[in-house]
Design a protein around this ligand. Structure first.
Ligand code: NDP
Ligand code: 2IT
Length: 462
């Protein structure tokens, strides 16, 4: 029964507004996916137009659509015995080159669009490694921050009760990402074993005692630095030794990037978390940061209590439309926290301050405008899908070790990682040259990855 005070036109208008809001929120949710897709499609346009097989086999449509999106409810109980509900996802995007492979992200910002962007990027990243791995991503809007170990365990076991149906050592092998480190992987692996009574390598990034690989924890950050060294050498630029480096993030990727920078004699002076930025002109105190972030899960604010000479800049004091970390003079920048964390204003400031190299440790940390600015100014720019591929490469080494029931030494894994990063750099630099865009590692990476996957899709048919 319609309220007498509301006309049918009013009702239609109201419904239209509601539908518009829904469509708008869906569009915003998927914006990051279209951002990632558009970048790749722009890069591969010359190849796509030159080789009619790609259009004939409808490759763009087929590559842009995941094989399947698995979405499930996760019910768990918090420490106050209250029942909580979160959404879990696994997006199995493409298995042309090997089993679905890619991380799990636990963060309140997780939704289908974010995971589609990450899963799509993962297909091409994994192709660049030259290893037999397809692309996937998963996770949940669950926020591990502020939860007790028990609550994280209860969430992880509930998550795995659903996820276990869809994964397997030759089917789909998840790993970590934001909010999923060795604690979460351990709980997930333990539950999988209990449910299935098997000891299969269905996750990577496992602790050593659960069949993990040495150097997986360090791999992404170390790989970022190996890639940068190779890129600087290829472009005839000075090495990182003795140079000021700005790193963002204070998690797995950021702190291991800092670790490798320190090992090679560079001077990393910054790190950030979701609340603020640390600037320590003498070089950051890595030991303190590891204890603060990995053991105590604290805030960076604490850093200046131990080191009063350092500067803490809270998010509220960041420059309008930008991020404080990119406004500090440096030779090389390493965005290692999250997507779109480096804007056009940040890029302009980095360039004005003489920065010669930007390497993406996080996935898609530069906005399209920031990336265009770096490319136009022809500085060294290492895109995420190439530069941070070291993590998934060592994940693939972990799969090899699990399958053959052997363990490689730290030195062996690290040496293979270094070679993999150098090869990725060489391959994409060569492709860029071949396609007339010498020095453009974005186009080089997109074309190289796309070709590898598309050619298999064509060969294998529909
Ligand atoms: P972690 O959860 O270990 O650390 C994430 C860091 O980034 C934390 O310092 C966190 O701050 C900060 N952060 C996360 N989200 C935001 C946000 N919205 N705004 C501001 N700061 C944020 O994650 P990882 O280090 O594993 O991942 C970092 C990036 O690297 C991600 O883009 C991930 O996809 C990518 N990556 C990770 C790989 C891996 O092997 N782990 C491999 C390849 C890429 P706080 O401490 O306050 O939470
Ligand atoms: O973005 C990534 O490459 C990861 N989070 C790591 C994926 C993996 O399977 O190791």
């Amino acid at each position: 029964m319609l309220n007498e005070n509301i006309t049918i036109e009013d009702a239609h208008k109201k419904i239209k507004e509601e539908v518009h809001k829904l469509v708008e929120s869906h569009r915003i949710e998927h914006d990051v996916f279209y951002q990632a897709l558009e970048e790749v499609l722009f890069s591969i346009a010359p190849l796509y137009l030159a080789d009619e097989r790609y259009a004939k086999h409808n490759i763009i449509r087929r590559l842009a659509n995941p094989d399947r999106i698995i979405k499930f409810k996760v019910e768990w109980m918090n420490d106050k015995n209250e029942i909580r509900v979160n959404t879990g996802y696994r997006i199995q995007f493409n298995n042309s080159l090997g089993p679905y492979k890619g991380g799990l992200r636990f963060h309140p910002s997780v939704n289908e669009g974010v995971l589609k962007f990450l899963g799509f990027e993962q297909i091409l990243k994994n192709a660049l490694t030259g290893l037999p791995i397809g692309g996937a991503k998963g996770g949940s809007d669950f926020d591990p921050k502020g939860k007790s170990d028990f609550e994280v365990m209860k969430f992880c076991t509930a998550f795995m009760r659903e996820l276990h149906k869809y994964i397997g050592p030759r089917m789909d092998v998840p790993a970590g990402d934001i909010g999923v480190g060795s604690r979460e992987i351990s709980y997930l692996f333990g539950e999988y074993k209990k449910i299935t009574s098997t000891f299969d390598g269905i996750l990577t990034g496992k602790p050593l005692f659960s069949g993990g690989s040495l150097a997986r924890t360090e791999a992404t950050g170390y790989g970022v630095v190996y890639f940068t060294e190779a890129m600087l050498e290829t472009e005839n630029k000075e090495s990182l030794e003795g140079k000021i480096c700005n790193v963002s993030g204070a998690g797995n990727v950021a702190l291991h990037t800092i670790e490798k920078l320190l090992q090679i004699g560079a001077i990393p002076v910054t790190c950030t978390d979701s609340k603020g930025t640390i600037y320590d002109a003498r070089g950051v105190d890595l030991e303190f940061l590891k204890d603060l972030k990995f053991n105590r899960r604290g805030s960076l604010e604490e850093y200046v209590v131990k080191h009063p000479e350092a500067i803490y800049i809270p998010v509220s004091e960041y420059p309008e439309g930008g991020h404080a970390v990119w406004h500090i003079e440096c030779y090389a920048a390493f965005p290692c926290s999250t997507q779109n964390e480096l804007t056009k204003i940040d890029a302009d400031t980095l360039l004005a301050n003489g920065c010669v190299s930007v390497t993406e440790g996080a996935n898609m940390p530069s906005t399209p405008e920031a990336m265009a600015t770096f490319l136009e100014n022809k500085i060294c720019f290492g895109p995420a899908k190439a530069a941070n591929a070291g993590g998934v490469a060592v994940s693939s080494f972990e799969m090899s070790q699990n399958a053959s029931m052997i363990k490689w030494s730290f030195e062996e894994v690290d040496a293979r990682l270094k070679t993999t990063m150098q090869n990725i750099c060489k391959d994409i630099a060569t492709t860029a040259k071949e396609y007339g865009v010498e020095g453009n590692y974005v186009d080089g990476a997109n074309i190289t990855g796309f070709k590898k996957v598309a050619d298999v899709m064509i060969a294998e048919g529909i």
